[in-house]
Design a binder for this molecule. Structure first.
Ligand code: DON
Length: 564
């Protein structure tokens, strides 16, 4: 029997004539004429490129890549989580597929309390933390409405990768090593993601038989294969065994939503991104504020620019915390006001260009978040574009695999606020729009975004990183539009983050000059550093020759540009 590896290599060799795949890092973007995928893991990126080479469009490529990532990038690629897929066809109306998880019907705002006291374990690391998964239903709806190739063709590479295995990279090996701690109470998860309890070393083959069977079921039955029948049964049995409240009815009732994308403009570019329950409203708000300043003249990484960006971020994140949540439960969110140029004008009047302002609520820490969501950007030959960000929330989600199912369950319920009115030094936020309730979608920061100019596709961008996502996406856009960087340079450039509270500017270590940072601190900003922020995956269409230019974020070494 020919091994999967041999078959795979043959396929790849053929494709290499036209397909280029590069571990890119030196600020020069990879350029391709026809189609491109930029994703956080190389085998999955290549799967998407092959699907487009075989006649699929950007939606087909995105779906195939997303299912492949559920196998090859298990920390965040998923079928047990949720996310957002933004589609901008070359012709016709764009659409946003919202497949964010929903809270099980029995959820309540006080569900994280034990004897009246907030319990973080229950909120983030328990069977109660599992939201109703949306990924399979969302991808299936996107395919039904815009896919070109057969559904089963899009799952076939993922099924092969799961059943025959793939070689564990250095990055995956170390990721699994830390992920195993999260899984230790769940034998089916440990069995799937370790070599008889020992972490997989680089070069080992990771085979996931149960996952292959589940994917086959989905390939045959569409989303019913996931939300009804055997998988649903096994999933609910595990949840109930562990004291969760998710039911068969919750699964059967899950619906993805096709929403009208959020629209903004920035210096003549049209910007499409995600409406609530994402908080990408803050992205448009920040772009509107930045538009009033000559960032190009101010320069990348200068004190003036860093100060202005910080003050902009502070204000947008305050609005995020105060106003945003699931629109179905918050009918009077002031979205139009937050998006308006007038509001940006007002915000600019509150910014002192010489001194830091102060976030008005007492100091407290937001819950820690690791960059464990994943984003992919795709453009096809016709210049249809997809920006897709999806997640299990934490790396490896809840760490729970229901025995026999082969996939990790999310812990997305942790994105709901902890307790009404409770805001404290430990990182709890008590605003009402994002309290848990049955059927409600938890507020997200995921912001897959697409820019165009005069009707022509210009840029596809997005990133993981929890609350830092919106700022990372903002910076990729400013880097390209204002600082004239190419896609790779825009991704590589150092990042900063401010999220209202804690009132601290976080910068990547060595990202900006010491002089700029010292001056920033003299202006009154409190500074801290982090090793890295986000993992943006970007495509820019070169305005002179129409070539696709990719920027893969080597903050995660497996990120790859693939295409032809
Ligand atoms: O939806 C959200 O905003 C988060 N659950 C995303 C999580 C993420 O990016 C991983 N951790 N930072």
């Amino acid at each position: 029997m020919i091994s999967f590896r041999t078959q795979f290599c043959r396929g790849v060799t053929l494709l290499l004539l036209l397909l280029v795949e590069v571990a890119n890092s030196a600020n020069a973007p990879l350029r391709m004429p026809h189609a491109m995928v930029v994703a956080q893991e190389g085998i999955a990126a290549q799967v998407g490129a092959e699907v487009m080479k075989a006649g699929g469009n950007a939606i087909d490529g995105a779906i195939a890549t997303a299912f492949a990532l559920a196998v090859t990038h298990p920390a965040a690629g998923n079928i047990g989580g949720g996310g957002f897929l933004l589609y901008r066809p070359a012709q016709g109306e764009p659409v946003l597929y919202d497949f964010r998880e929903t809270a099980p019907q029995a959820s309540r705002p006080d569900m994280w309390l034990v004897d009246g006291k907030y319990d973080a374990q229950r909120h983030h690391n328990s069977h109660l933390a599992v939201g109703v998964p949306g990924t399979v239903a969302g991808l299936y709806q996107a395919w039904r409405e815009h896919g070109k190739l057969p559904w089963s063709r899009l799952l076939a590479p993922a099924i092969r990768l799961a059943s025959q295995g793939f070689i564990v990279s250095d990055e995956l090996s170390s990721s699994l090593r830390s992920g195993l701690q999260r899984m230790q109470n769940y034998p089916a998860a440990v069995a799937q993601f370790s070599n008889h309890g020992k972490p997989y070393e680089q070069g080992a083959r990771l085979v996931q038989k149960d996952l292959a069977v589940t994917l086959e079921l989905i390939a045959r039955q569409g989303s019913d294969g996931f939300y009804k029948g055997r998988i649903a049964q096994l999933l609910v049995e595990e949840i109930q065994r562990g004291g969760g409240v998710l039911t068969l009815q919750d699964l059967a009732n899950y619906r993805p939503l096709a929403r009208t994308p959020l629209r903004g403009t920035y210096r003549g570019y049209d910007v499409l991104t995600v409406p609530p329950p994402s908080s990408a409203v803050a992205l448009i708000e920040m772009l509107n504020v930045c538009e009033g300043y000559d960032l190009r003249d101010m320069g990348f990484g200068t004190t003036a620019t860093l100060h202005l960006m910080t003050e902009t971020m502070r204000r947008a994140y305050a609005d995020r915390a105060h106003y945003l949540g699931d629109p179905a439960f918050n009918p009077s969110m002031p979205i139009q006001r937050l998006l308006s140029k007038d509001y940006a004008e007002y915000l600019r009047t509150t910014i002192n260009l010489k001194a830091a302002s102060v976030s008005e609520v007492g100091q407290f820490e937001w819950p820690p978040e690791s960059p464990q969501t994943t984003h992919l950007s795709i453009v096809d030959e016709a210049r249809n574009a997809v920006a897709l960000t999806y997640t299990l929330e934490a790396a490896y989600g809840s760490g729970i695999v229901a025995p026999g199912t082969g996939f990790l369950l999310n812990n997305e319920m942790g994105d709901f606020n902890a307790q009404a009115g409770l805001t404290n030094e430990q990182g709890l936020i008590g605003t009402t729009p994002n309290l848990a309730a049955g059927g409600k979608r938890m507020l997200s920061s995921m912001s897959p975004t697409i820019l165009s100019k005069q009707g022509q596709l210009f840029m596809v961008t997005g990133s993981p990183g929890g609350r830092t996502i919106i700022n990372t996406v903002l910076q990729t856009i400013l880097n390209v539009v204002d600082h004239n960087m190419n896609a790779q340079a825009a991704v590589d450039a150092g990042r900063l983050h401010h999220q209202w509270l804690p009132d601290t500017v976080v910068t990547e270590a060595a990202a900006f000059s010491k002089d700029s940072l010292t001056a920033l601190s003299t202006m009154g900003h409190r500074l801290s550093t982090r090793e890295s922020i986000g993992a943006a995956q970007v495509i820019v269409v070169n305005q002179r020759d129409g070539m696709l230019e990719g920027g893969a974020d080597k903050r995660d070494p497996d990120s790859t540009v693939s295409g032809y």
